[in-house]
Design a protein around this ligand. Sequence first.
Ligand SMILES: [Zn+2]
Length: 153
Amino acid sequence: MTSLPEVLLSRAVLRCIETQAEAAYPQECCGLLVGIRNASSITISRAEASANVAGKTAGVDTCRRFEVDPRLRLALMRELEESGETIVGLYHSHPNHPARPSRHDRHSIWEPELLWLITAVEKGKAGVTTAHLPDLDDRDFHALKLRVVDGKD
Ligand SMILES: [Zn+2]
């Protein structure tokens, strides 16, 4: 197996995700991660919040499901053209569930190049955040090492 990249995340971006996860509770929050990926690491420079559009489908419980707004993705892709940065992943929260991929998450694997961040929220308070890389062959995720670094600001 090839070695997996390490994920670098600033404390400020992590706090941004945690704040959003707490505000959305008990619903799931979600969004896209922007940054730079190379062979050994994925550096996340910002988290772009999305509406959880899973709620637009009748009968879908957004306390258990999420779906990133495809319009956000298109807008970001356009904005990032020639910037050197790309969409490196997506994030969502797990209200009252541990920060590991659920069975539904494993069924939702579609793009092996996008990493997933999952933030657990318990009683409205953000807990652990973990990073995972999908594996299309296994229909499963590999846990990635997540390093929170102190940014300049
Ligand atoms: Zn999930």
